[in-house]
Design a protein around this ligand. Structure first.
Ligand SMILES: NC(=O)c1ccc[n+]([C@@H]2O[C@H](COP(=O)([O-])OP(=O)(O)OC[C@H]3O[C@@H](n4cnc5c(N)ncnc54)[C@H](OP(=O)(O)O)[C@@H]3O)[C@@H](O)[C@H]2O)c1
Length: 326
């Protein structure tokens, strides 16, 4: 098969289109002819040699695909050749062929294109897990979503709205419009405004119940300050840094706060299967009636993967960057 390979760990120019062995589906797996895959920050880190795939996963980049089933493993019960599917992988998506566990695959509905479907798994599953399973977001609660125009952020705004929460967001100014369109009540320009002051003002000093954060260290104290009693801080990335120099733990006890960190890729297959199934039970009808939508920044032919990675690393994207395969 053809695949995007990495010459040696480094910048985007290290990637090239080459040949790799076609995976053989295991008993519970299906082999998919990939039509589209999508970029994730993890791909850029993996390309640099800073984020190895989990044990047993393909070394090839790419954590999500959409495509057509062309072969099924011996114990596969609910898919057949020709079915259209999409889903999350632990690796191997930047290729013409990828194998996926039968229970990790979702049926690609007629109302979604291959490109749209490839924009869903990683960011919507991550956001769903964070809001529903980790933060246990409740109707009418208030949530602050940082990096809200990111892939995960745009999914989180929509899911939080679908769960009847009130959404505050931070993003750079050119990305505010999309956050409002997706349902945010207030969007804060973190580059020119202090988000803690803004949240206190918008919430009439009550703060928020949940913070979904990707920036980590530089926001840590302010995140805890904006949380209301019994608030939950979910940290999914460390884009701004990982070390907090000094912090008074008194705030945690006084407000009974919870701090939760998570990475989806490192979770067990059983966990990811349960998440996929619960997510799609919740979301399929909402995608059909357009309450939820994949947010696509750009679709590149996969021959332009270098340009696509550079676009993401320049923080220019709003939502997902898709690679159309062949
Ligand atoms: N833990 C997990 O399970 C999990 C799963 C998926 C993704 N992630 C992580 O979540 C993060 C978002 O992923 P994504 O694919 O949605 O990313 P993305 O679409 O590339 O968006 C990231 C956005 O974050 C903002 N940003 C970057 N650095 C920042 C900083 N230092 N301070 C403030 N804002 C910053 C930028 O938007 P602005 O223009 O608004 O600054 C940037 O466009 C990544 O770090 C990714 O690795 C974690």
């Amino acid at each position: 098969m053809q695949a995007i390979l990495v010459k040696s760990p480094g910048d985007a120019e290290q990637m090239y289109l080459g040949e790799a062995p076609t995976p053989s589906p295991k008993a519970q797996e299906i082999l998919v002819k990939v039509h589209a895959t999508a970029l994730n920050r993890a791909d850029t880190l993996q390309r640099r040699g800073m984020y190895p795939p989990p044990a047993g996963a393909s070394e090839i980049l790419g954590m999500e695909i959409s495509g057509e089933v062309i072969e099924i493993g011996a114990e596969v019960t609910h898919w057949k050749q020709g079915d259209k599917v999409f889903g999350l992988l632990s690796g191997g998506g930047y290729a013409t062929h990828a194998s996926i566990h039968q229970d990790m695959a979702m049926k690609l509905p007629e109302y979604l294109s291959y490109e749209e479907a490839a924009a869903i798994p990683e960011v919507f599953l991550t956001a769903f897990q964070a809001l529903k399973w980790l933060a246990k977001l409740q109707p009418s609660e208030k949530i602050l979503i940082h990096a809200a125009a990111s892939g995960v952020g745009t999914a989180a705004i929509q899911l939080a709205k679908a769960m009847n929460a009130e959404v505050y967001a931070t993003a750079s100014a050119p990305k505010h419009q999309i956050c409002y369109e997706l349902g945010a009540t207030k969007v804060i320009d973190y580059q020119s405004q202090n988000f803690q002051e803004q949240i206190q003002q918008y919430s009439q000093t009550k703060g928020v119940d949940v913070v979904l954060d990707f920036i980590a260290a530089p926001y840590f104290e302010q995140n805890l300050q904006v949380l209301h009693t019994d608030g939950r801080l979910v940290i999914l990335a460390l884009l701004g840094g990982l070390e907090v120099e000094k912090f008074n733990l008194g705030l945690l006890l006084r407000k009974r706060l919870q701090i939760i960190g998570s990475t989806l890729r490192a979770r067990s297959q059983a966990y990811q299967i349960s998440l996929t199934q619960e997510f799609w039970d919740f979301a399929a009808a909402l995608f059909e009636n357009k309450t939820l939508r994949p947010v696509i920044d750009t679709v590149y032919p996969w021959q332009e993967v270098i340009k696509a990675h550079q676009h993401m690393e320049a923080n220019q994207n709003i939502g997902k960057i898709i690679l159309k395969v062949i």
